[in-house]
Design a protein around this ligand. Structure first.
Ligand code: NDP
Length: 247
């Protein structure tokens, strides 16, 4: 099995890592199904893919809504006949010190970065279990492997995703469902992610770091492609991706 002809649902596909991944996978022959909230972006990206000879569909999707994820997976099956991979990539990172008590932002991160991933998992699990094959890929973060000042809640969601993905891997092996898992831990990747940081100091610090070392999202797209492109009995399940210049 290779990337070619695989049906891949991608959340957070309207920009950054999701967009780069959709375009790369489609170039390599995957049928991609894009989800995010900004319809105009999804439409534009799908059109670019189709004009380049690829296959794509999209649906406006809020990952905090379980029904939206079910409908996105439903679109994949309706349009392309099956679902092989879900890439749970949608995420937000409004970092701030805990003492700033940006409680609404804490809740938003839990809803998108953690519950959004759970909603994606729940949407594919019935099909993956019955067809005894499938792949769940999720974007965590280096903030899901170690702690950073300002990333108390962001990191908490990304650490949680790490545990979730590892347990899915273990249970799939135990239950013989052949569900492969891959968790990606990117460091500084230049995308729109920093735009939503409202804490002035946190934003300044991040802007400085990303401007000096950040790399393009294609780096992550290639990793997703590699994970999908393995034989069915090979589960390459964790990737940490740093810019070479980031300490
Ligand atoms: P972007 O801001 O460019 O992309 C985030 C994507 O998530 C957008 O497509 C956005 O689409 C989508 N999104 C946000 N909220 C929702 C929602 N409620 N429902 C559906 N989609 C949503 O940033 P990145 O590409 O960098 O982010 C992708 C992932 O990578 C995130 O999980 C992030 O935490 C992770 N990551 C990024 C790093 C980096 O340095 N860039 C480092 C480590 C991890 P829309 O607004 O249209 O809904």
């Amino acid at each position: 099995m290779s990337v070619e002809n695989k049906v891949v649902v991608i959340t957070g596909a309207s920009s950054g890592i999701g967009e780069a991944t959709a375009k790369l996978l489609a170039r390599n022959g995957a049928k991609v199904v894009l989800g995010a909230r900004r319809e105009s972006r999804l439409q534009e990206i799908s059109q670019d893919i189709i004009e380049a000879g690829g296959q794509a569909a999209y649906r406006v999707t809020d990952v905090t809504e379980p029904e939206d994820l079910k409908a996105l997976v439903g679109l994949a099956k309706e349009k392309f006949g099956t679902i092989d991979v879900i890439y749970n990539n949608a995420g937000i990172m409004p970092t701030s010190p805990i003492s700033a008590l940006k409680v609404n932002e804490w809740n938003a991160m839990i809803d998108v970065n953690l519950k959004g991933v759970l909603n994606g998992v729940a949407a594919v699990m019935p099909d993956f279990t019955s067809q005894k094959h499938g792949q769940i890929i999720t974007t965590s973060s280096v903030a899901g492997l170690k702690s950073f000042v300002g990333s108390g809640v962001y990191g908490a969601t990304k650490f949680a995703v790490r545990n979730l993905m590892e347990v899915i891997r273990m249970e799939s092996a135990q239950e013989h469902t052949n569900i492969r898992t891959a968790t990606i831990y990117p460091a500084a990747i230049n995308t729109e992610l920093l735009q939503h940081i409202t804490d002035k100091n946190a934003k300044q610090g991040m802007d400085k770091l990303y401007q000096s070392v950040g790399i393009t999202p294609d780096a992550i797209a290639r990793v997703v492609n590699f994970a999908i492109d393995q034989p069915e009995d090979v589960n390459v399940n964790e990737f940490t991706v740093y810019p070479t210049k980031q300490g």
